[in-house]
Write a protein that binds this ligand. Structure first.
Ligand SMILES: Cc1cc2nc3c(=O)[nH]c(=O)nc-3n(C[C@H](O)[C@H](O)[C@H](O)COP(=O)(O)O)c2cc1C
Length: 313
């Protein structure tokens, strides 16, 4: 097994890739609050990058040199483009490549990428081989199937036969989006399939897992290798701390201030807009007297300095 996945603590905890969320700024904020064992980037389209270069992908692959271990999550349906972008990620200093085979968005699926891969298993194999050509360890993040959960055996069985370093399974189908509860009842069967076909492939579960403690409970019950937490971080930016603490308003506002400072600092690496920052305010400005009122004012701010002034006031 390769060093990235081999060197992770067992069990391990990952911050899920989230588009327009897990960029270089937010990853540093989460690292400061309570670091997971591994970060993924937002998903980045290989075909777009191969055709138009960096301007096609904005700040998605911007990272700092101290970010290790970190995996670049890529998607697409053209193997040649996948190899090219995976090689570029290696040059950028990424430790691994993850291929998104679960995104349910129509634009991804229509082009054959994301969850569209579930319907073209042979192309999925070709995409994995194409990413491996970079020499970086390759993992896959996918869903149980396209339409019904019963597809899991065939689809995941196929992926386990591709000799990948890790499989992250979001325990829902493409059709289920995020509308039903994650199928925790299938974890034991999936693990058994992994043990039979690919004991060397690590198994990470994802979907509705709130934080490290919740993940530890599921690991104790099912014995999987890793847990990936996504939306839990919106409810608790300290979701990865090893011992749950009570956090004060000051702790939360310190994180917001850090996010503002890093936004300004990393703007020097690549231009970034102010408005997308607003979606983060509710993570930090909540559950204290006057939080709703402050949040309302922050939504009208036009710069990081205006936000700082409002927080100070
Ligand atoms: C805002 C947002 C953006 C997302 N972007 C990605 C992405 O770029 N790549 C990916 O594999 N999954 C993406 N996802 C899915 C999450 O990684 C995760 O699989 C899903 O939210 C279920 O896990 P959770 O219940 O812990 O959030 C995204 C989810 C959200 C909410």
């Amino acid at each position: 097994m390769n060093s990235l996945w081999h060197d992770l603590p067992k069990p391990f905890f990952i911050l899920a890739p989230m588009e327009a969320v897990t960029d270089v700024v937010f990853r540093h904020v989460v690292k400061h609050a309570a670091a997971p064992d591994l970060f993924f980037t937002e998903f980045t389209n290989a075909t777009g990058w191969a055709a138009a270069g960096d301007k096609a992908i904005g700040t998605r692959l911007v990272k700092t040199d101290d970010e290790h271990p970190i995996v670049a999550q890529l998607w697409g349906a053209e193997p040649e483009a996948m190899t090219k972008l995976a090689l570029h990620c290696k040059e950028l200093g990424y430790d691994g490549i993850d291929i998104n085979m679960g995104c349910p968005d129509a634009s991804a699926v229509k082009s054959g990428g994301g969850a569209g891969m579930i319907r073209t298993p042979e192309l999925a194999s070709a995409m994995i081989a194409a990413a491996k050509a970079s020499g970086l360890p390759v993992s896959v993040k996918t869903r149980l199937g396209y339409s019904t959960p019963s597809e899991w055996q065939e689809w995941l069985g196929h992926l386990f036969r591709q000799d990948i370093a890790n499989l992250t399974i979001h325990l829902r189908t493409k059709k289920e989006m995020s509308k039903v509860d994650a199928h925790f009842e299938l974890i034991d069967d999936i693990k058994q399939l992994r043990d039979e076909i690919a004991p060397g492939t690590l198994l990470t579960i994802n979907g509705d897992i709130r934080d490290r403690q919740h993940g530890e409970e599921l690991i104790a019950k099912h014995g999987v290798d890793g847990v990936m937490v996504g939306r839990g971080i919106f409810h608790n930016p300290f979701a990865f701390e090893t011992k749950p603490n009570t956090h004060t308003k000051e702790d939360l506002l310190e994180l917001l201030n850090l996010q503002l400072d890093l936004h300004d600092e990393y703007e020097k690496l690549a231009p970034r807009k102010f408005d997308p920052l607003k979606r983060f305010f509710k993570i930090y400005v909540r559950e204290f007297d006057g939080a709703a009122e402050l949040r309302d004012k922050l939504m009208h701010a036009k710069s990081t300095d205006e936000v700082r002034a409002l927080i100070d006031a």
